[in-house]
Design a binder for this molecule. Structure first.
Ligand SMILES: Cc1cc2nc3c(=O)[nH]c(=O)nc-3n(C[C@H](O)[C@H](O)[C@H](O)COP(=O)(O)OP(=O)(O)OC[C@H]3O[C@@H](n4cnc5c(N)ncnc54)[C@H](O)[C@@H]3O)c2cc1C
Length: 424
């Protein structure tokens, strides 16, 4: 059935709290949110916390998009933060810096407030494969340690890495105990349940087919219409809404994952006893972590064709075995892919169409932190506090003017260039 989840380990282990009904008939609301991923759910929850009357429309199911399929790596800051800081100027530097940890703090606060069980685990390790990457990582470690001395950073050389994560593959590693990882689909379901509890009307299987802007925005699905004073587009880079206005700024990139069978206690103790999430410094990186039951969740590769490789396992398992050759023969239980939004200007795409239509997308692989944060930031702006919203919205946006097809090829060529550079 259209809108079923992919056969991911996440879908197999999340436990959906309920199915929400499709929109039927005409309704009114203060705000209509399109998209049931981190951005949409976080916006809806933040608005409901402030007493706004919200309807959320999701084309498939809550968490069906990138938010329910990703690597679950909760990484501080965002791609393009330097560009935002430069544009904001010295007097707002502290506000830009404050965004670095705001997404993590928000996720942790919500996990506590709403009792969301999403296997939140501390520890994220970036590892270097080349001397150039290692020098960059060490520089980054020193910079971050100076800026945030209490965040639990630690730099490791190859011997310590071998001791801590059982591999000789890497030249250096930068550990952050303030970053971490989580089960992303469980987080989506937890946010949806929290929003539902505060009165947000969630409608799944309700794809928006047409939007009529105006003082009251009319948002149409096959089953009905929402008339709202304001609209939030939280449908990621691969939606067809406002195509002429929105295309060319971000492109959907396919990324892929496998899950293995759970490791034995002995293997876990040898390979990753602290259960850190790990990501290498390549532009197209390998990212992996342990699921709560001890299995490895390993992701990587990108493509812009929109096609799923015939065997994701064949692409990813050899990469996992390069790190941990002793796992030769391990079974792969699940494989799946998803699409993330890559922003051309590297800065998340945040802004408005007219006065009452808001959007946020294009987090370029940092959407666990940024999707959750930007949902709150958009809601704040709608409630009158634009300070954090404007930091990102005011940055000039870069657009590829050649339409979707050629644009994708240009992005694919750029990625190929970076892949080659990583290899050299
Ligand atoms: C395989 C993979 C691994 C990743 N790993 C990481 C990671 O480890 N760490 C990290 O920080 N980020 C990661 N990301 C990126 C991250 O998942 C995304 O940036 C983030 O989830 C985007 O959230 P979103 O809410 O904006 O979009 P989505 O989660 O994609 O949600 C958009 C929703 O809008 C709905 N929608 C679209 N069109 C319509 C319509 N017309 N009507 C109604 N609904 C509509 C879709 O069905 C979808 O559910 C990864 C992404 C992928 C695909």
């Amino acid at each position: 059935m259209a809108g079923e989840f992919p056969e991911s380990w996440y879908a197999a282990s999340a436990g959906k709290p309920k199915d929400w009904p499709a929109l039927a008939g005409d309704v009114t609301a203060d705000v209509c949110v399109i998209g049931g991923g981190f951005t949409g759910l976080s916006t809806a929850l933040s608005l409901a916390e402030q007493g706004r009357d919200v309807v959320l429309l999701e084309a498939r199911q809550v968490g069906w998009g990138a938010s329910g399929r990703n690597g679950g790596q909760m990484i501080h800051g965002f791609v393009g933060q330097d560009r935002v800081a430069k544009h904001a100027g010295a007097d707002k530097a502290a506000s830009v810096r404050a965004l670095t940890w705001a997404g993590h703090d928000l996720i942790r606060a919500r996990v506590d407030t709403y009792g969301i069980d999403c296997d939140l685990t501390p520890g994220w390790l970036e590892v270097a494969l080349t001397p150039r990457q290692n020098a960059g990582l060490y520089h980054q470690y020193n910079e971050m340690e100076t800026l945030y001395p209490d965040r639990g950073f630690h730099y490791m050389g190859p011997d310590e890495l071998e001791e801590r994560i059982g591999t000789k593959r890497y030249l250096g590693g930068f550990l952050s105990k303030s970053d971490g990882h989580l089960h992303p689909l469980k987080l989506c379901f937890g946010l949806a349940a929290a929003a539902d509890g505060l009165g947000v009307k969630i409608h799944e299987h309700s794809a928006v087919t047409k939007i009529e802007p105006g003082e009251t925005v009319a948002i149409h699905t096959a089953g009905g219409t929402v008339r709202a004073k304001e609209l939030v587009l939280a449908a990621n880079a691969h939606n067809d809404l406002f195509k002429r206005r929105m295309s060319g700024f971000a492109f959907p990139a396919g990324s892929f994952m496998i899950a293995t069978e759970p490791l034995s206690g002995e293997q876990l103790a040898r390979l990753n006893p602290n259960r850190w999430a790990i990501c290498d410094s390549n532009m197209v990186c390998d990212y992996y972590r342990m699921g709560a039951d001890g299995r490895i969740l390993f992701g990587g590769r990108v493509n812009f064709s929109g096609r799923k490789p015939r065997s994701i396992k064949a692409k990813l398992l050899p990469r996992l075995l390069k790190t941990w050759p002793e796992l030769e023969g391990i079974k792969v239980t699940h494989e799946w892919g998803g699409k993330l939004g890559v922003s051309i200007g590297e800065v998340p795409l945040v802004g408005q169409i007219g006065d009452n239509i808001w959007y946020s997308f294009g987090y370029t692989g940092h959407g666990v932190n940024m999707g959750n944060l930007m949902g709150k930031v958009v809601a704040e702006a709608m409630m009158g506090d634009r300070a954090r919203f404007d930091l990102l919205a005011d940055v000039p946006k870069w657009r590829l003017p050649f339409g979707r097809t050629i644009g994708r090829q240009i992005v694919a060529s750029a990625i190929l260039y970076y892949k080659l550079r990583d290899r050299l």
